[in-house]
Design a protein around this ligand. Structure first.
Ligand SMILES: Cc1cc2nc3c(=O)[nH]c(=O)nc-3n(C[C@H](O)[C@H](O)[C@H](O)COP(=O)(O)O)c2cc1C
Length: 214
C-alpha cells in the first residue's frame, strides 16, 4: 500500500561522474558528482553553487566528464569530503570537508591531456567526455542553491573493450558504472563499499554488512 511520505532525499540512483575542470591558477580540479543525465549529445549537470567546479565551469566553460566504473570506488571515495575551494564553505566544514588542491594525487588518479579542452581527462576512467558549457541555469530549492549546467560533448573517448565490435555502441554488459544510490555506492547492483559521503550526510540506512568494509 502506498503512503504519503515526506522524503528527505530523492537520490534514487545515478552514475558517478568525476568531473575535471581548470582552476584559476591553471591546475586541475576533480570532483565526484552524480546529478547528471544525458540527452542526445548533451548532458545536464546539477552542481552546488559553493563547489569549486561550479566557479570553474562558469569561468572556463569547459570540463571533462570522466565516467567512473565500479572498480574505481575507492578513488571516488577518497575525493568525497574534499573541495578545491581554498575557503571551505561553512556548511561543508561542518560536515567534515577539507580543502584539497591536488585532487588527482589525493585520489591516486592520473592526469591525461585532453585533445579539445583544457582540463585533463582521468586516465583510469574508460569513458571520458570532453565537454563545453552551453548554458547555466539557476536551480535552487529550499535548502540548496545550485546551478544546472547544460554541456555538450565535443569528443568522446571510450576504451576499446567497452565498444561492441564494429559498432558505435557501448556494450551495456561490459560497462559497469559506479552508481550512487541514496549516497551509497553500488556496482553490478551490489553495495561495493561504505561511503564517506553517506556518513557526512548522516544517512540512516543500515547496510547490514559493516564487517565487509574496512
Ligand atoms: C558520489 C558523490 C556524488 C556527488 N554528487 C554531487 C552532485 O551531483 N552535485 C554536487 O554539487 N555535488 C555532488 N557531490 C559533492 C561534491 O563532490 C562536493 O560538493 C565537492 O566539494 C565538490 O568539489 P569542488 O568544490 O572541488 O568542486 C558528490 C559527492 C560524491 C562523493
Amino acid at each position: 500500500m502506498h503512503k504519503v511520505r515526506d522524503l528527505k532525499v530523492l537520490y534514487f540512483g545515478t552514475p558517478v561522474v568525476l568531473i575535471s575542470s581548470r582552476n584559476p591558477d591553471g591546475s586541475a580540479n576533480l570532483a565526484p558528482m552524480s546529478s547528471a543525465w544525458w540527452l542526445g549529445q548533451s548532458c545536464m549537470l546539477g552542481l552546488g553553487d559553493s563547489a569549486q567546479t561550479t566557479a570553474n565551469l562558469r569561468r572556463e566553460r569547459e570540463c571533462v566528464l570522466n565516467l567512473a566504473p565500479s572498480s574505481l570506488v575507492d578513488a571516488v571515495d577518497r575525493l568525497a569530503m574534499t573541495t578545491g575551494a581554498p575557503v571551505v564553505p561553512r556548511h561543508k566544514a561542518e560536515m567534515g570537508y577539507r580543502y584539497e588542491p591536488r585532487k588527482f594525487a589525493a585520489a591516486a588518479l592520473t592526469e591525461q591531456p585532453s585533445e579539445l579542452v583544457a582540463p585533463p581527462r582521468v586516465l583510469e576512467c574508460p569513458i571520458q567526455l570532453e565537454c563545453e558549457v552551453v548554458a547555466a541555469h539557476p536551480f535552487a530549492d529550499h535548502n540548496a542553491s545550485a546551478t544546472a549546467f547544460h554541456v555538450t560533448v565535443r569528443r568522446a573517448h571510450v576504451d576499446d573493450e567497452l565498444i561492441i565490435p564494429g559498432t558505435r555502441y557501448v556494450d551495456p554488459i561490459a560497462w559497469d558504472p559506479l552508481i550512487m544510490k541514496f549516497c551509497e555506492f553500488f556496482g553490478d547492483a551490489r553495495n561495493v563499499r561504505s561511503s564517506r559521503l553517506a556518513a557526512g550526510w548522516r544517512m540512516p540506512h543500515d547496510l547490514r554488512t559493516p564487517a565487509a568494509f574496512s
